[in-house]
Design a protein around this ligand. Structure first.
Ligand code: PNS
Length: 157
């Protein structure tokens, strides 16, 4: 049984995230979407709101659960949840350069491996930060976020 973790702040979740999580769920028996508290960032949405949006979106996908990661180490979260693999999406060389040292550190900490999935070309320009800005300025982001997120972003403009 192979269990993988898809970690992130998901502030908020967008369709690029969902696409990577869905592909992870076709590669692994179980996928845990781990929603990070990340004290170094000041999120727009609370941990509970980010988890609710992820849970509402993931109800359509089988074998996926959504868990809070809190503020601890991702490698320890994976060990404590019996997950041997972290799955991350890569949009560009910028992501690669940021992610590879973390993958090495996580492997050295607990032996957890990281698998990178290249982002679908429809989503390589997406980031939660950009979508919050576009939505806040009245732009239409309905093609880029799940319905549960679209509604909340609109309501908190
Ligand atoms: O969506 P984000 O903000 O890019 O997600 C980053 C996340 C949560 C994956 C990263 O910040 C993380 O791994 N946080 C847990 C703390 C940790 O383990 N730090 C050491 C990494 S080697």
């Amino acid at each position: 049984m192979l269990r993988a973790v898809c970690p992130g702040s998901f502030d908020p979740l967008h369709n690029g995230h969902v696409e990577v999580i869905a592909r992870a769920s076709s590669l692994f028996d179980e996928v845990i979407v781990a929603v990070s508290k990340n004290p170094s960032k000041k999120p727009r949405f609370s941990l509970e709101e980010r988890m609710d949006m992820a849970r509402e979106t993931m109800t359509l996908l089988r074998g996926i659960t959504v868990e809070p990661m809190g503020e601890g180490l991702l490698a320890e979260f994976c060990r404590d949840h019996g997950a041997g693999v972290i799955v991350k999406g890569l949009r560009s060389a910028v992501d690669y350069n940021y992610e590879v040292p973390m993958a090495a550190m996580n492997r050295q900490l607990t032996g957890v491996e990281t698998v990178f999935l290249s982002a679908d070309s429809h989503y390589t320009h997406l980031s939660s930060t950009l979508l919050k800005e576009v939505s806040g300025l009245g732009g239409d982001i309905s093609d880029y976020v799940p319905r549960a997120v679209y509604k909340r972003l609109k309501d908190t403009r």
